[in-house]
Design a protein around this ligand. Structure first.
Ligand SMILES: C[S@@+](CC[C@H](N)C(=O)[O-])C[C@H]1O[C@@H](n2cnc3c(N)ncnc32)[C@H](O)[C@@H]1O
Length: 306
């Protein structure tokens, strides 16, 4: 089983604050026109199938320490109403419920919600997990004290809708908190590799990694009264070599599996080589037999005015 270590404060390792400029290849939307409703529907059906493929629950288990640290740094208190958006198998929701929050989770992946409900039941936690779209949240206005999303809402095709929905369902004085992979961090680079080997997404769909780019996040969440960000590291540790980590992701992580499925055997081999190379280049474990990657994410906390 993989382990992903605790997140670390980047300031320990950086002398100067920096806002990494994302490479154009990563973030520039493929065209200036917006995506049509029919294209959105088709894309969402494809994305739902992608996240339901493999077994994201396996990957999620290994980022529990990252989720625990994320929750620990939020001002959550027993009795607060919390919504975990794009909750997957329930990592954040379960931790929030453990501390006594009245917790809901929403995701469009049916099978991951089944896992989330099973996990909650095992611990005797009462969490309302609902199937739904992060761009059209099935909740009334101003329902939640906190709306949280870890590596989830960042993957929807229309970030403006997500931002508006987050604001709508948050109570005045409440807050939104997101963990978003950065374009130049390890996971951002992994998505760059996918992109180099796959056909482009429909025109008008911005890169998910823009949610990890602070200036864009500020623009998208400008309706909120207050916004704080900091860059963090999820330490991803695996007790096996880089090539086996690629195998693990190919088997369990929908985006990796789907990227391979879309290619001919020759192109699959090229993608595999590129991913092993990336994983090896970022291996900070000090030994080729185990793998450690320092995956950067942007932590975003935005408060809605009273
Ligand atoms: C990388 S997983 C993260 C899951 C969970 N937040 C965690 O930390 O383990 C991304 C999740 O986003 C969900 N997702 C992506 N787009 C969505 C959308 N438009 N509406 C609801 N869920 C969505 C996927 O189904 C998947 O569960």
């Amino acid at each position: 089983m993989t382990t992903i270590g605790n997140t670390q404060d980047l300031r320990r390792n950086a002398t100067l604050p920096r806002i990494p400029e994302p490479s154009n290849a990563t973030v520039v939307p493929s065209a200036s026109r917006s995506i049509s409703p029919v294209e959105v529907q088709t894309l969402k059906a494809r994305q739902k199938a992608m996240w339901e493929s493999g077994d994201y629950g396996q990957v999620a288990r290994s980022i529990v320490p990252c989720a625990e640290e994320f929750i620990a740094r939020l001002p959550l208190k027993p009795g607060m109403r919390v919504l975990d958006v794009a909750c997957g198998s329930g990592n954040l929701a379960i931790i929030a419920a453990r501390i006594g929050c009245v917790t809901s989770g929403v995701d469009f992946a049916t099978n991951l919600l089944v896992q989330a409900r099973e996990r909650a039941a095992t611990e005797g936690l009462d969490i309302d997990f609902v199937e739904g779209d992060a761009e059209a949240l099935p909740y009334s206005d101003a329902k939640f004290d906190a709306v949280i999303s870890m590596f989830g809402a960042m993957f929807t095709p229309r970030p403006d809708r997500v931002a508006a929905e987050f604001h709508r369902v948050t109570k005045p004085g409440g807050f939104v908190a997101m963990a978003n992979w950065t374009p130049d961090g390890f996971i951002g680079k992994m998505f760059e590799v996918f992109k180099a080997h796959l056909p482009p997404p429909p025109p008008g769909v911005p890169s998910a990694m823009l949610w990890g780019y602070e200036p864009t996040v500020r623009e998208r969440l400008q309706v909120f009264a207050e916004l704080k960000t900091d860059r963090r590291i999820a330490l991803m540790r695996f007790p096996f070599p880089p090539a086996e980590v690629v195998d693990f992701f190919r088997r369990y992580y929908g985006p990796t599996g789907r990227a391979f499925d879309a290619l001919t055997p020759e192109r699959q081999a090229a993608l595999y080589r590129a991913l092993v190379e990336l994983q090896t280049a970022h291996n900070s474990s000090g030994t080729p037999d185990t793998t450690e990657a320092r995956a950067e994410y942007l932590r975003v906390v935005a408060r809605r005015s009273e």
